[in-house]
Design a protein around this ligand. Structure first.
Ligand SMILES: NC(=O)C1=CN([C@@H]2O[C@H](COP(=O)(O)OP(=O)(O)OC[C@H]3O[C@@H](n4cnc5c(N)ncnc54)[C@H](O)[C@@H]3O)[C@@H](O)[C@H]2O)[C@@H](O)CC1
Ligand SMILES: Nc1ncnc2c1ncn2[C@@H]1O[C@H](COP(=O)(O)OP(=O)(O)O)[C@@H](O)[C@H]1O
Ligand SMILES: [K+]
Length: 484
């Protein structure tokens, strides 16, 4: 499913209109779908708040459709009508013909049971100012159900950020395509339930789109088949190079993630003792009885690394092994490498390539970027400049190779526990070993871990789910995906 930004949406609108489909037809389609959703709320008294752009035009059309069906509806216009869009003016003229009731003052919003937010949509420019600030406060403090048209007023459709103030919607009805702002927090929570309505937009533009929502359907398409006539080396070998005296649990979660999701051989190499074999005896285990890896340890593990199709480096490795990590990244840059946790910072010092994936959370990415992340483009541009694949881990995770990006929205707070990331990187390495591309492996792994965490949270509570429990239950999603 495609995701667009405001510029792409504008281009799609314009291209559709250039094909001969009039703007008023699109507006009627948009308004009709909003009207049906408002009707489902069984409202007695409705207020449509209309801005003076096309989002307001949609709002006016909704008011007219509701009025025509006998609903008690009033319209309040916000903004300067001198600069109104043609769509707004046209809809206002039609509203007058249909005797829609306009009010020029709102006293108590609690007199209405449904508010329709047709104030500003994807045309939001800059921060909210002036009288609208108070109106938004008023809307957010009332008890009515709020239905936002296209995107809640005040949420940037490009970043999901609140542009000073924003309306908190119960339902957002959006048209044709999801916008980035619906998927990234805080926009994601301000949007409430999102309803996507079909429109007659010209689909020819879709070839230019490069952002997608990760769906179960996509995972079904890319999940590898396991041939019956096979042996362990058909499913790849992984060298998990992880851990330190301080963090001996992280390697366990990574190795379990790799072993319990289908890899053929998992070598776990840690500096200090890690009781992995108590969890899973099939892992091939080595440690060096020391606190952290040093550069000269490389010679001892060379054989295992060279036998492996994939290297996973970083979980629990600490800050003292940077020279060792750098050496591995340089020497084995021809192999697929998943670079996680403390190993991520080391990529600043090496030449990177598309065999590599980094898996930073927001804090780790900020350190790489040396500034706050302003938008999805910051992550995509970094991926392009560094020529590296990125899994940006957050409440909405982004998976990108710089050219195409996927949003994963399956996770929730059941995952907000130390160790979830270690598990994710292990599962990613597993699917790379099984022959999937780095990006597909990241899609599959994040889907499996997040969805399993989500489902376990429903059964047990999000308080109690642990990464180990998720690791042991990865089979559940796989059973569903296989269709057994
Ligand atoms: N043109 C089309 O084909 C379609 C457009 N649609 C609607 O049109 C909307 C986009 O319309 P527009 O491009 O006219 O833009 P909007 O109506 O979303 O926003 C522009 C209006 O908001 C005001 N505004 C912008 N930033 C502001 C700020 N910071 N503070 C206060 N006021 C601000 C502007 O003065 C202008 O009146 C979509 O979100 C959607 O609702 C739908 O009807 C679907 C079809
Ligand atoms: N509230 C949340 N909603 C969705 N995903 C979450 C949430 N909290 C954590 N996650 C996911 O859980 C994982 C945590 O990874 P990370 O912070 O690296 O953990 P660790 O380093 O302790 O193993 C990431 O994939 C992140 O996207
Ligand atoms: K809106």
């Amino acid at each position: 499913m495609y995701i667009v930004n405001s510029k792409e949406m504008k281009n799609i609108d314009e291209l559709t209109i250039s094909k001969g489909l009039q703007e008023s037809i699109l507006m009627e389609q948009a308004a009709f779908s909003v009207k049906e959703i408002v009707e489902d709320l069984n409202p007695k008294k409705i207020l449509v708040m209309a801005g003076t752009g096309n989002n307001g035009g949609d709002g006016l059309a909704v008011a007219r459709l509701l009025k025509n069906d006998g609903y008690d509806v009033q319209v309040y216009i916000i903004g300067n009508e001198e600069n109104a869009s043609y769509g707004f003016v046209n809809q206002k003229d039609i509203c007058k013909e249909y005797q829609v009731d306009f009010i020029d003052e709102i006293k108590d919003l609690n007199n209405f049971d449904v508010l329709v937010d047709g104030i500003i949509g994807v045309g939001l420019a800059g921060e909210i100012k002036g009288e609208l600030l108070d109106i938004i406060d008023h809307v957010n403090s009332c008890n009515c159900k709020v239905v936002s048209i296209d995107i809640p007023t005040g949420i940037s459709s490009d970043t999901g950020k609140i542009m000073k103030k924003a309306i908190k919607a119960d339902i957002t009805v959006t048209f044709g395509y999801l916008k980035i702002g619906h998927l990234l927090y805080p926009g994601r929570s301000y949007s409430g339930e999102i309803k996507l309505s079909q429109m007659s937009f010209y689909k020819g533009y879709e070839k230019n789109l490069k952002r997608f929502l990760l769906t179960e359907e996509k995972i079904r398409d890319i999940l590898p088949k396991r041939p019956k006539d096979s042996h362990k080396y058909n499913f790849g070998s992984i060298a998990v190079i992880a851990g330190s005296k301080e963090y001996s649990g992280a390697p366990i979660l990574s190795a379990l993630g790799a072993q319990l999701s289908g890899a053929g051989m998992v070598y776990l190499i840690t500096p200090s003792y890690t009781p992995i074999l108590e969890h899973e005896p099939s892992v091939i285990y080595t440690d060096f009885n020391k606190n952290y890896f040093e550069k000269n340890d490389l010679i001892k593990i060379k054989g295992k690394i060279e036998k492996s199709d994939v290297i996973l480096i970083g979980p629990g490795i600490g800050q003292n092994s940077n020279d060792f990590i750098k050496e591995i990244l340089e020497k084995y840059s021809h192999k697929k490498i998943v670079i996680d946790a403390d190993a991520i910072g080391v990529i600043k010092k090496v030449k990177t390539n598309k065999n590599m994936l980094i898996t930073p959370h927001a804090g780790e990415f900020q350190k790489l970027l040396k500034k706050e992340i302003e938008s999805i483009e910051d992550i995509e541009n970094y991926s392009l400049e560094k020529n590296i694949n990125v899994l940006y881990k957050s409440t909405t995770s982004l998976i990108t190779d710089g050219d195409n990006s996927y949003f994963n929205v399956f996770g929730n707070d059941a995952l907000s526990k130390g160790g979830t990331g270690d598990l994710v990187s292990g599962v990613i390495a597993s699917y790379i070993a099984q022959g999937c591309t780095v990006i597909d492996s990241t899609l599959i792994a994040t889907y499996l871990v997040y969805k399993t965490g989500y489902d376990l949270g429903i059964e047990n509570t999000n308080f109690t789910v642990t990464p180990l429990q998720i690791a042991k239950n990865l089979n559940r999603e796989l059973i569903k995906l296989r269709g057994d």
